[in-house]
Design a protein around this ligand. Structure first.
Ligand code: 2M8
Length: 436
């Protein structure tokens, strides 16, 4: 275990860039939004000053309307496509001096602040740090509830698959079916850095780029995006992260005496939790699914995102039991537990692919969220299983980006998938090793 900790620390130190941490050398050479949250939690176990710097650096990219972009381009690099010139965030009147993207990612910062505070045994100097960034994180939540919830129902939308973080989940196939896009010239770098068959196809990338091109023609104006974007989805993972962050900002806000902000957060959260359960729970599937706001339909497929409401304490005990059954002898574990936890997409679906990016492999950040969520509901054995599986995969292969879930295939495999020395895999293993 000590060696594993040392190796995890070495990954974070190797990816540290003087103020922030890149997710992976070559493959992801800038600062990414939700990666940085998980990474900051990892740093808290090594050097809390780095955790603070990580968060401050991310907030340098915040827009004046509270929006927090998915990439902050602190540094130049030609090993990633699409770079700042493709994103064109400067078209928005709200964008900052520093180049950023114009789309966001799951809002993890609120709960990351509280986790770090707890992991540091409620260190008062960290609470001072929380006080210094509280308004910025609150402004991000205010942005979501005022700009990304056109029906004022408490659920916010995402307008791009990259905002989900689960870039090519099969769920998006049903969105891509609703519109056509031009063939773009795609100077991709990812496919020459790692096994191209594990990455999204060029046809999928044309959709990703097309959405950015549309948003640029609208100068990233939220009202235009809400009215016209062909991709407008209420995602259970994204909304769970926002609600979990609300929960944390409420508790931290009470400690800091921020009563007006706490009341507003409570009002958003009460509405959000109720609507989440009414709209996104699928009682036939026994889990939470996506809602296509543009097409006005549920997209009824289970993925690892379906379990993340456990993290935000949204499900009732009965709903939680139905979800846990999928992980314990059900479709995600297999009846004989022939799969390690937790596949990123329903392994019993014909759309599942155990090697391809977000279409099936195990991701450590989702495992961490589900592990913590299971503990919220007292499901200690299932939580222990997901923790054991995560650590075993990293011990066997190293700090890869994603992993095979099939137990038999793992007997003969000698590598994880995607990029190696991947930061959030290292950061969250440090946290899992700590929490027993
Ligand atoms: C992946 O996404 C980026 C685009 O944001 C990419 O494929 O180029 C996703 O796994 C995402 O969740 C993650 O934040 C990012 C950096 O690790 O990589």
């Amino acid at each position: 275990m000590n060696q594993l900790k040392k190796n995890a620390q070495a990954v974070l130190r190797g990816n540290w860039q003087n103020g922030f941490t890149i997710p992976c050398q070559g493959l992801y050479p800038f600062q990414w939004n939700w990666d940085s949250g998980f990474i900051a939690l990892g740093w808290a176990h090594i050097d809390p000053e780095h955790a603070k710097q990580e968060i401050r650096s991310l907030l340098k990219g915040q827009w004046s309307n509270g929006f927090l972009p998915h990439i902050v381009f602190h540094n130049p690099s030609d090993s990633y496509y699409p770079g700042p010139e493709v994103h064109g965030a400067e078209l928005s009147p709200y964008s900052p001096e520093i180049p950023t993207s114009g789309i966001t990612q799951p809002p993890v910062l609120g709960f990351i602040l509280e986790y770090i505070y707890m992991r540091l045994d409620t260190d008062p100097t960290f609470l001072d740090f929380v006080a210094s960034v509280y308004d910025a994180v609150y402004a991000n939540h205010e942005y979501f509830y005022t700009q990304r919830d056109p029906q004022q129902e408490g659920l916010v939308y995402i307008c791009h698959n990259w905002e989900a973080g689960t870039d090519n989940t099969p769920v998006w196939d049903f969105i891509w079916d609703t519109f056509t896009v031009p063939q773009y010239d795609l100077p991709r770098k990812d496919t020459s850095l790692i096994d191209a068959s594990h990455r999204p196809t060029n046809a999928e990338y044309c959709y990703y780029i097309h959405l950015i091109e549309l948003f640029k023609t609208w100068n990233y104006e939220d009202a235009r995006i809400a009215a016209e974007s062909p991709f407008l989805v209420q995602d259970p993972l994204f909304n769970s992260m926002l609600i979990a962050s609300n929960n944390s900002l409420i508790r931290l806000g009470k400690l800091l005496g921020r009563s007006a902000q706490v009341s507003q957060l409570q009002a958003w959260n009460t509405k959000a939790k109720q609507r989440f359960n009414e709209k996104l729970y699928d009682s036939e599937l026994g889990g939470y699914v996506y809602y296509d706001l543009r097409g006005e339909r549920k997209l009824s497929h289970l993925s690892s995102s379906s379990f993340t409401p456990l993290f935000a304490e949204i499900p009732s005990a009965a709903q939680a039991a139905a979800m846990i059954a999928h992980l314990d002898g059900g479709r995600f574990s297999g009846a004989q537990h022939e799969r390690l936890l937790c596949a990123s997409f329903d392994p019993t679906s014909s759309l599942f692919n155990s090697q391809k990016y977000w279409r099936g492999p195990i991701w450590i950040n989702l495992n961490w969220l589900i592990y913590e969520g299971l503990l919220n509901y007292g499901a200690k054995d299932t939580a222990a299983q997901i923790r054991t599986d995560s650590i075993a995969l990293i011990e066997k292969y190293g700090f890869y980006e994603y992993f095979e879930c099939d137990r038999i295939k793992n007997e003969t495999l000698d590598t994880g998938y995607g990029g190696n020395n991947f930061s959030w895999s290292a950061a969250l293993i440090l946290d899992l090793l700590k929490s027993q």
